[in-house]
Ligand binder design. Structure first.
Ligand code: GTP
Ligand code: SPV
Ligand code: MN
Length: 596
């Protein structure tokens, strides 16, 4: 028997075991030997399948239930005492109801299984940014993923001491029935309860549940920010500048974070450093700037579309010690996905467990996908060739620019700069994006996704916007705020911008602006690059395409205002007056242009 110094933690674990009725309770210690043992057990139980170990050393395949392949936002709740504290963009359930519902599902749900207790740290152990969680789970898949995504084991218990604070993260697969699926957050109790799902953000509770929903609640109280952002460094002439960027799920964070400078900019000797691809925690530094740290230790990245042209660093990162979920499993124990690497295997099993062959069509003549569009790879961050040497610096890195973005076929130009922090908060608060496969819902539909946080903000977003405004007043030297859109299309729905590595050309302009350089043209929505301000050398792109990419049509932006107003109206009194002021100012800037 292990001696647990933290008595309150021990009694929570005991109580949960009484309720869940597992056959065994096992405390994860985080050693490599244990990882081997647990991996073997997962193989024996059929939870993971080893890939061809010569081609894919340390790599495993896993398939989740076909009704359990993406986050389920309609089953995700904030269980705050007051409904208002959850706000109009979150589902709300009373804490009493939340606990009662989940208790029913938990009762006996672990029977015949082992209950794993995973002490984990979000952020390097002991960093002033870091928070500790303990996940109880009956899923070995969750354990193996948590070992990659977070810092796990006895060293975390050591840090927790006899009475340290931690987030209770209780997970049971139960019967994986969607009727028993609830992702519940009790911010006032620093507690998460997740039932009936074994997929990604629903089950790896350190990620979206703790590091965003619970952390955002805490961040408001403790005056910092928990955001759905990548962190990257741009090095030139021996100096590195850092940016954070918030894009909605499956809108390019991992890709931007691992960017490789394009051929056309080779002469400038840029080097891009990856620090995080999904979540950033930001605090005011002693120097009065905003500093950022990635609380995760791994990447849970989208597989489809990833190949050695689009994201070579991701391909190298996942070449070993990786768990692949819901991609195509080749009969030769390879993995493959749409727009991936090379030819698909001659035959295999698709993400939904059915036999698959290249070129298969469904009854309506559409190609049958081998990999689910939201299939993923889980890889250790330190395997990334571009991982920054200082990515685990407990102090984080100083941020020069905050970038918001979305997936917009029309309207939003390639890049624009806000006028100041408050206007930047307005820009973030009004981000809209087309839905992707990362969550259940209609793909392609445009929805408001402020700061890419609509599924992840753990409290009333009206208050969240207020907190952002407040942070701007707290930080003497705030970063500049920008908006980008890599996804604008032409009449034939072809992307106008080549994207990926070429996005460095946009980062270059952004960083120049932060230094007070870089030429810009003032438009009603903000500053856009002046003609010739983007370095497009070596890029085969016509002048008229560039014009289209940077075009700001006031009449289109006026039309957008109705949607913004309807969105803001939902918040009633909690929406900061400053945002209405920004709205009115933008409206009059636009109207004077339309009239002219
Ligand atoms: P989450 O992990 O869900 O939060 O997603 P993410 O924001 O990290 O998205 P990711 O980088 O995985 O990209 C999602 C999809 O967008 C992939 O299919 C990419 O190929 C595609 N994508 C990424 N960057 C670009 C780009 O610059 N241009 C275009 N056209 N597509 C891109
Ligand atoms: C996202 O959906 O934004 C992800 C994947 O990063 S998940 O962990 O499922 O949230
Ligand atoms: Mn994400």
């Amino acid at each position: 028997m292990k001696t647990i110094k933290h008595k309150e933690l021990e009694s929570w674990v005991n109580e949960t075991a009484k309720l869940g009725q597992p056959d065994h309770v096992y405390w994860v210690d985080g050693t490599p030997a244990e990882k081997d043992r647990l991996t073997k057990r997962a193989i024996a139980r059929g939870f993971v399948i080893p890939l061809d170990q010569e081609k894919y050393p340390g790599c495993y395949y896993s398939r989740s239930n076909i009704n359990d392949v993406a986050r389920t936002e309609h089953l995700t709740y904030i269980c705050s005492k007051n409904k208002e504290d959850a706000g109009p963009t979150n589902n709300w359930m009373s804490p009493d109801e939340g606990y009662a519902k989940s208790k029913e599902i938990l009762k006996g749900s672990m029977h015949g299984r082992t209950m794993y207790v995973i002490p984990f740290s979000m952020g390097p152990i002991g960093s002033p940014f870091s928070k500790i969680g303990v996940e109880i789970t009956d899923s070995l898949y969750v354990v193996l993923n948590m070992l990659i995504m977070t810092r796990v084991g006895d060293r975390v218990l050591e840090q927790l001491g006899t009475d340290g604070a931690y987030t209770k993260c209780l997970h049971t697969r139960a019967d994986l029935d969607v009727h028993h699926r609830f992702i519940l957050h009790f911010p006032e109790d620093n507690t998460i309860v997740s039932t009936g799902s074994a997929y990604g953000g629903n089950a790896l509770l350190g990620k979206k549940c703790l590091a965003l929903r619970i952390a955002s609640w805490q961040a408001r109280q403790e005056k910092w920010l928990a955001e759905h952002m990548l962190i990257l460094g741009v090095e030139k002439d021996g100096k590195t500048e850092y940016v954070v960027a918030a894009f909605p799920s499956a809108c390019g964070k991992t890709n931007l974070a691992m960017l490789i400078p394009p051929e056309g900019l080779k002469g400038k000797n840029y080097k891009i450093w990856t620090l995080g691809d999904d979540i950033a925690w930001l605090r005011k530094g002693r120097d009065g700037r905003l500093w950022a740290l990635n609380p995760e230790a791994g990447f849970f990245g989208v597989a489809p579309g990833t190949n050695s042209k689009t994201n070579p660093n991701a391909m190298k990162t996942m070449s070993k010690n990786t768990i692949f979920t819901n991609v195509l499993l080749g009969d030769d124990l390879s993995v493959w996905w749409e727009d991936g690497e090379g030819q698909p295997p001659a035959s295999g099993v698709a993400w939904d467990g059915t036999p698959w062959k290249p070129g298969m069509k469904d009854s309506s003549g559409k190609p049958v996908l081998g990999a689910h569009p939201n299939s993923r790879f889980t890889s250790p961050a330190n395997q990334c060739p571009s991982i920054a040497p200082n990515w685990e610096d407990p102090q984080g890195v100083p941020i020069s620019a905050v970038i918001f973005g979305g997936r917009r076929e029309r309207l939003a130009p390639l890049v624009f700069e806000s006028f100041d922090w408050a206007h930047g908060v307005y820009v973030g608060a009004t981000v809209a994006s087309e839905r992707t496969a990362a969550a259940d819902g209609k793909v392609g539909e445009v929805r408001r996704d402020p700061m890419a946080m609509i599924p992840f903000c753990g409290y009333n977003m009206g208050d969240y916007f207020g907190h952002w405004l407040e942070m701007g007043r707290e930080i003497p030297k705030p970063p500049k705020i920008f908006h980008v859109n890599w996804f604008r299309r032409d009449e034939n729905r072809k992307f106008l911008w080549p994207g990926y590595g070429e996005n460095l050309r946009v980062l270059e302009w952004i960083l120049a602006r932060c230094r007070g350089e870089g030429k810009a043209e003032k438009t009603p929505i903000g500053f856009v690059p002046a003609k010739d301000a983007l370095d497009l050398s070596g890029l085969n792109i016509s002048g008229s395409t560039v014009e289209k990419l940077l075009e700001v049509k006031p009449e289109d932006w006026v039309a957008e205002l109705d949607g913004v107003k309807a969105f803001f109206d939902k918040f009633g009194k909690t929406l900061p007056k400053e945002l209405w002021k920004q709205f009115e100012e933008l409206k009059s800037r636009l109207q004077s242009k339309v009239a002219a």
